[in-house]
Design a protein around this ligand. Structure first.
Ligand code: 5GP
Length: 194
């Protein structure tokens, strides 16, 4: 059986990593995380091959030339992020559904390619102010990076209605339950009818 794709679009600091971490542990959903390639530097405890494949700009551009990406974006000026076709193939070959944590423009491109095989969910912070507080509290980015992320979040929020669903992460447990329900219904459609 061909696996499905779950596209999670969310500004950084919206709690998406926590939400993804929680739903990916449910074996019933048969999910596996697509590790993206990026040219941004490693942050905190991140691990190559687990959080991202950290590439130089030259390596990244080589992959573009070779048509290795299902999609890629310059998410921040000079910082590239992309989904390797080989990641999707690897996860599909394992009989699993692919979870993509990508920006909203990348998400729209994947949705265009995979159509009904893909479900896109936008996770929004309750407000830009709450997002700023969360990013400051996280303590992993410089103030300059935080402001860059805030303007990107404002931009992405403008596209949130292009996703199939939007979940507001005000209360974490509620947001996890909502995302879980959406994914479960999508990957196990027949189970719900029983
Ligand atoms: P971060 O630097 O916080 O890990 O990620 C920054 C942004 O890049 C997030 O919005 C994340 O979803 C997005 N991103 C991560 N991987 C990819 C990818 O493969 N493709 C695209 N288009 N965006 C990505």
């Amino acid at each position: 059986m061909e696996g499905k794709l779950i596209i999670i679009c969310a500004p950084s600091g919206s709690g998406k990593s926590t939400i993804i971490g929680r739903i990916i542990n449910d074996e019933r959903l048969r999910l596996a995380f697509s590790v993206s390639a990026t040219t941004r530097p490693r942050r905190g405890e991140e691990v190559h091959g687990v959080d991202y494949y950290y590439l130089t700009e030259e390596e990244f551009k080589k992959h573009i030339e070779n048509d290795d990406f299902a999609e890629y974006q310059e998410v921040y000026p000079g910082r590239f992020y992309g989904t390797l076709k080989s990641e999707i193939a690897r996860i599909n070959a394992d009989g699993k559904n692919v979870v993509l944590d990508i920006d909203v423009l990348g998400g729209m491109n994947v949705k265009k390619i995979y159509g009904d095989h893909a479900l896109s969910i936008f996770i929004a912070p309750p407000s830009i102010e709450v997002l700023r507080e969360r990013l400051i509290k996280r303590g992993t980015d410089s103030m300059e990076d935080i402001e860059r992320r805030i303007s990107k979040a404002e931009f992405e929020l403008g596209y949130s209605d292009k996703c199939d669903h939007m979940v507001i992460n005000d209360d974490l447990e509620t947001a996890v339950a909502e995302v879980h329900h959406l994914v479960d219904t999508f990957v196990n459609p027949n189970w719900e009818e029983e």
